[in-house]
Design a protein around this ligand. Sequence first.
Ligand code: DAH
Length: 343
Amino acid sequence: MEALLQKIETYRREIEAFPSNENDAAEQFRIAYLGTKGLVKSLMGEMKQVPAERKKEFGQVLNEFKQFAEAKHEALKAAGAQHAVSTTATIDLSLPGDVIPVGSRHPISMMRHRIIAIFQRLGFSVAEGPEIEDDWHNFTALNLPEYHPARDMQDTFYISTDPAWLLRTHTSNIQIREMEKGILPLRIICPGRVYRNETISARSHCFFHQVEGLYIDENVSFADLKQTLYYFVQEMYGNDVKVRFRPSYFPFTEPSAEMDISCQLCKGEGCNVCKHTGWLEILGCGMVHPKVLQNCNIDPEKYSGFAFGMGVERPALLKYGINDIRLFSENDVRFLKQFTGLV
Ligand code: DAH
């Protein structure tokens, strides 16, 4: 019994000294002293060892001890609440938040979106096709049969030769795939990445991006083509841009043309970018060749159409004042960060 009273006295001192600076001090205290496995409970278990004549006395001591522990628990709870209040009070709500770095759109994506959006306003819808292509869709159906000299115009990356699988050299493959579906009229704009085996330099790369356009219906004329492209350049470059068409050759169009716009940098005066001509070539176009229509089971007597294809890199270089095409694919964060916030 004396030993027990001694023990209780020691616990009392422990409780007095129980630290209140921990966040969950009250809860820790409750578990240690007042919980179902706590000290008070276990002291109560000692009651059976106390001789009968001293049970009452021990009961009183124990009761006081319990009340003492409960009072301490209340005090710790109050201190904890106080602590919480004082920590919130020290938060300075006027401090600026952490800066979360945001990504940026790639200049090629932005330019592709601008081009697409203009044609969408004219009723064109977006169509896409595979980058790994067969010979038929990239060449043969486009009136570029085997041994056609025009195949040399585009240095092709072949994946296999028999049968031929290749990385598409232009987005014109999408024209064929869409015409083959046989749903007419057809009015599509086809963005995509294309590949050519060219030496990488500031001006050319072994991959780049194109946007192809195709319109097939009854009575589509060259005038429709010109008007569509006039609309495009005015939306893209403003009302005072000048346009010229030069006769050209593409196997898949007849007649074919290339379109130039007045140089946006020197306004036609002549500068390095336009090689002192005052003009910049921006796209190839023409009336879809009857053979191409036939290859896709479209009756050239009934239907006609125009097509055009343009690069995305060139207009992006001009718009953002970039002088090296390699920057587009090097993923240098310092370069990419400059476009943050632009759409
Ligand atoms: N496929 C051509 C090229 O890559 C671009 C082109 C020219 C596409 C005329 C056309 C077109 O659809 O009609 O150089």
